[in-house]
Design a protein around this ligand. Sequence first.
Ligand code: PMP
Length: 326
Amino acid sequence: IRWTEGRGWHDAQLQPYAPIEIDPANMTLHYGQAIFEGLKAYRQTDGSIATFRPEANAERFQASARRLAMPELPVETFVEAVELLVQQEQNWVPNEPEQSLYLRPFMFATEVGLGVRPSNSYLFMLIASPAGAYFPGGVKPVSVWLSEDYVRAAPGGTGAAKCAGNYAASLVAQAEAAAKGCDQVVWLDAAEHRWVEEMGGMNLYFVFGEGKDAKIVTPALSGALLPGITRASLLQLATDLGYAVEERKISTEEWKQGNADGTLTEVFACGTAAVITPVGSVKSQGGDWTVGAGEPGPVTTELRKALLAIQGGQAPDTHGWLHKIV
Ligand code: PMP
């Protein structure tokens, strides 16, 4: 679907997957006006296909567009595009458990020119690709590196937007994490390098205490972290399951101390790609430590199962999160 100044949205087309032509002076290549979303369609136990909260992705896409001075695609148009594409793939059959159809909506500038200003035209596209289980051999805790030299987002910056530049800026820290032998990077705040923000492409959750008395804490939205749809769903789901849930600031000292004295029992990350990933160990300039028993904890496992069951249609969808398509 194209957008042109003075004309608005026009020329929606459904086409077979194919390369597109880009002018060397396309403004996206120089100034980075590019935003995207990621969501999944799941084959339901009754044979239908449903996506999970596509309206929430559409709304976040609009927020990203506003931050990058791009036009907002109407929520209904975004959802309709998702429906049309999934309908094309209705014969898709998952060939392994937890396989899904990954959908990648994105939008970028199409004006040709070298002046630094918002483009006067844009292209919104949507592609689909089957995605295998994130943990084919069973859920395994990841190791994380606390990034103290690089930050992902600064106050007033683009941290809350899902824009390409955030990911470009994250790659060097992800490489640093890999060089330290870690699977993922954990981002801290820009001012004090102390407050935990998020992990790679996922939001973080901390579990204090055990059993149904456990309290679940996630860093509050600060404008510097992406408001994850899985994060928002888990706030609700954990409450439904009887846990006390809190959104607040959490520091690296509290994390380290909590693991040392046993009050912090589990840490996990959440996002569309992996749903829920346990965090098993931490490395940082100030020392290394393990989280809980270094195994997926009971609260992590319970929430993971509960969310996957809703997404796959095995559990009742009490919040109306599933959007049935075919
Ligand atoms: N943070 C970042 C930086 C991400 O890229 C993602 C993935 N979109 C998330 C968090 C998790 O968001 P969601 O639950 O909407 O996938």
